[in-house]
Write a protein that binds this ligand. Structure first.
Ligand SMILES: Nc1ncnc2c1ncn2[C@@H]1O[C@H](COP(=O)(O)OP(=O)(O)O)[C@@H](O)[C@H]1O
Ligand SMILES: [Mg+2]
Length: 337
């Protein structure tokens, strides 16, 4: 368990104080994939670096498994760092060493006996799916493969916590998904606690169990990923959710479509389509789907549809009233008689 209590972090640059963190209270549970999302400069990296003692709070306490970092000796802090793996946006591999030697470097730092290196390297290479690439140099690897080496190295000392600082931000969307799948798999197989910082809501959506939203040094909202999407409270959170659900109907289509056009948002076991079918059964209306996007967050459907409703105005009014009670959100975006 990682606990931040009343954390303030102040830097001074050109004699001007910068508050990177303002009164942050946060608890991250063991075994959880915890996301921290926020704009550039929000304080995410600073918060992450407090977990392994690379940064110290100006005020407040950080505890890992009940022990305050402030009271730790240098030797204890070193042990803590070894139990805490970290991966980065730009991988930070040693360019002059091949995959196996990059991993060996981390094993050496962790104090693993040299005789155990080959066996451990084999295990780690297989864990991250890099069999056959042991003698490749970083320049001969794709971005995704480089990050796999980064992960293997971070896991060299069997850490209990993995800190990921924008670990997929330099990768294309497909590779990002593959790396996120690997992280999810490691979380499940090794019980690894993962703290992942990102500025992309899609990353959060893919793998995080819970999320903290940061803005200007403050944690403005903490929620399960599902709740974050279904009932965002803070405007900053709302903005991220809107970005994830953004769908726009081309103006040309809007103009060419008569009747009422509504944008509906649904969440939960009931999909938008099933609710619409029921509306068609209950009321004398026709529905056509113009656009839609459905996502699954922790196996629960969550999505947005743009549909046009046609029929008598009475029936449409009744149907809209009913839909408004059944759906997560509903908005009339065009109403042409
Ligand atoms: N070592 C430092 N010295 C001075 N200012 C810093 C230092 N590290 C971070 N900051 C400042 O603290 C704020 C938060 O930075 P950071 O934690 O890196 O944000 P994020 O990771 O969300 O982009 C920024 O304004 C940044 O410029
Ligand atoms: Mg950062």
């Amino acid at each position: 368990m990682i606990e931040f209590k009343h954390i303030t972090k102040r830097f001074v640059r050109d004699r001007t104080p910068i508050f990177a963190l303002r009164d942050v209270d946060l608890t991250i549970q063991k075994g959880e994939i915890f996301g921290i999302i926020g704009e550039s400069g929000a304080g995410k990296s600073t918060l992450l670096r407090l977990i392994n003692g690379l940064e110290h709070p100006t005020q407040g306490t950080v505890k890992v498994d009940g022990v305050s970092l402030g009271g730790m000796s240098k030797a204890d802090l070193r042990q803590l760092r070894l139990r805490t793996g970290m991966i980065f946006q730009h991988f930070q591999l040693i360019q002059s060493r091949n995959v196996a030697d990059n991993i060996a470097f981390a094993l050496k730092a962790a104090g693993v006996k040299r005789a155990d290196f080959p066996e451990r390297i084999r295990e780690l290479v297989s864990l991250v799916g890099l069999e056959g690439f042991e003698t490749n140099f970083p320049s001969q690897l794709s971005g995704g493969q480089k990050q796999r080496v980064g992960i293997a190295r971070a896991l060299a000392n069997n850490p209990t916590v993995l800190l990921c600082d924008e670990a997929t931000s330099a990768l294309d969307p497909v590779t990002t998904l593959q790396i996120l799948e690997l992280l999810k798999d490691l979380n499940e197989r090794l019980g690894l606690t993962i703290v992942l910082i990102t500025h992309e809501i899609d990353v959060v959506k893919q793998i995080c169990h819970r999320v903290a939203v940061m803005s200007q040094g403050e944690v403005v909202e903490v929620a399960s990923t599902y709740d974050l999407f279904s009932q965002a409270k803070h405007p900053v959170t709302q903005h991220y959710v809107d970005t994830a659900l953004q769908i726009e109907l081309p103006e040309r289509i809007l103009q060419a479509t008569p009747g009422k056009i509504i944008r509906l948002q649904f969440t939960g076991e009931k999909t938008g389509e099933s609710t619409l079918s029921e509306a068609i059964r209950r009321y004398d209306i026709s529905v056509s789907i113009l656009h839609g996007k459905v996502d699954y967050i922790q196996d629960v459907a969550f999505g947005v549809l743009i549909v046009s409703l046609t029929g008598s105005s009475d029936q449409i009014a009744l149907a809209l009233d009913w839909l408004a009670t059944e759906l997560h959100a509903l908005e009339v975006i065009q109403d042409v008689a």
